[in-house]
Design a binder for this molecule. Structure first.
Ligand SMILES: [Zn+2]
Length: 365
């Protein structure tokens, strides 16, 4: 018998056990290999964590773990779902239960949350465009556009036009608290540099930006008689915000007014919302759930949110964008993904990469 070598240490794998002291931290030399086994025609590697003694395998805590269906069916179902086909129709075509598909969709959307929480951070973008787009959940009469506050639902999107990245989105009514949340979610993804914000004429954004970035100024005591001046919230010097207000008459565009709300020295070329408006068109074209004048809309808001989360994350990480062309090493023109263009990933992902991204591989420190 040959001499037994020490078991190889897997330094890029971390323990998925949340109770373990080395949970989520790679490179501590606590993980050793524990053989392999065959499952669904694939070799799966097993590991043991020496810190907590638990065994786990390649797919533990990833998307495909514990599913009976093969991966290609799951990928196919989710890919069709992103085009907006209804859960019932997909289940019918693929001969699966619609409850099964809904479970996959819910888990995929959770996985997207994790991926976004880890990767969509410290983004350095020069400009953010924000807009709302009316979506329909259940059939109901659509109020006229002049209504300022509206129970919606609306899909609010923050979009970085330079690399076509969907930074954040929310589905909710057209109310102040939703605008506040969108600005907060967006800022959570950004680095310390505040980008130029460009929106339509909805004043909720102005208040939301002040709530997020505003600086409180207290007036000192003057020594004179009378009531003290109330403290004021003012925008910081580096906050730049412009509104592009479109005036329509009888459905026709009459005039476009560019209003600088905060900041100075904003280049005229920056002031436009055309790219997010084009993006809204892509949403509607690509995804039957938000198409206009169809009855393919979602019947339950939860499924629209789950499906949109998967759609947007897939859009950022996996979808090659026609507006992001580059020449590869051989001089061939290729389309880039928004995430790769923004330097978040170094490759163009497939749906599989998104679903199996091991969130615990990144050290949690
Ligand atoms: Zn462990």
């Amino acid at each position: 018998m040959g001499k037994r070598r020490p078991k190889s240490k897997f330094t890029d794998v971390a323990c998925p056990n949340e109770a373990c002291k080395d949970h989520g931290v790679a490179g501590r030399e606590n993980i050793v290999g524990n053989g392999t086994y065959q499952a669904r025609n694939k070799t799966v590697r097993r590991y043991i964590c020496h810190s907590c003694g638990k065994a786990f395998c390649d797919s533990t805590n990833t998307f495909y773990y514990n599913f009976r269906k093969d991966e290609s069916t799951i990928d196919l179902a989710l890919n069709i779902s992103m085009k907006g086909m209804s859960n019932e129709a997909i289940a019918d075509v693929l001969k699966i239960q619609s409850a099964t598909l809904k479970r996959w969709l819910a888990l995929a959307s959770k996985q997207c949350d994790k991926v976004n929480a880890i990767l969509m951070k410290n983004l350095n973008v020069p400009k953010i465009e924000m807009d709302e787009m009316r979506v329909i959940v259940k059939k109901k009469i659509v109020p006229r556009m002049e209504v300022y506050e509206d129970d919606g639902p609306w899909m609010w999107v923050a979009f970085a036009p330079d690399n076509r990245l969907i930074v954040a989105f929310i589905i909710g009514p057209r109310k102040q608290h939703v605008a506040d949340e969108l600005v907060k979610l967006t800022d959570d993804c950004l680095s310390e540099n505040i980008p130029v914000y460009v929106t339509d004429g909805l004043d909720f954004y102005k208040v939301a930006l002040l709530n997020q970035y505003g600086v409180r100024i207290e007036y000192p005591k003057t020594g004179k008689r009378g009531r003290l001046k109330n403290p004021k919230i003012v925008p910081p010097d580096d906050l730049k915000y412009v509104q592009v207000v479109k005036k329509r008459k009888g459905g026709k565009l009459q005039e476009v007014e560019k209003k600088v709300i905060f900041g100075e020295d904003i280049e005229q070329s920056v002031i436009s919302t055309s790219l997010i408006e084009r993006q809204n068109l892509t949403f509607r074209q690509d995804n039957n759930r938000v198409s206009r004048k169809t009855i393919g809309f979602s019947k339950v808001a939860k499924w629209l949110v789950n499906q949109m989360k998967l759609y947007c994350t897939h859009f950022n990480f996996c979808r090659e964008h026609g507006g992001l062309k580059y020449k590869d090493g051989r001089g061939i023109e290729c389309k880039n993904t928004p995430a790769r263009e923004a330097g978040i990933t170094d490759s163009k992902w497939k749906l599989r990469n998104l679903l199996t991204f091991k969130c615990f591989k990144t050290p949690i420190i």
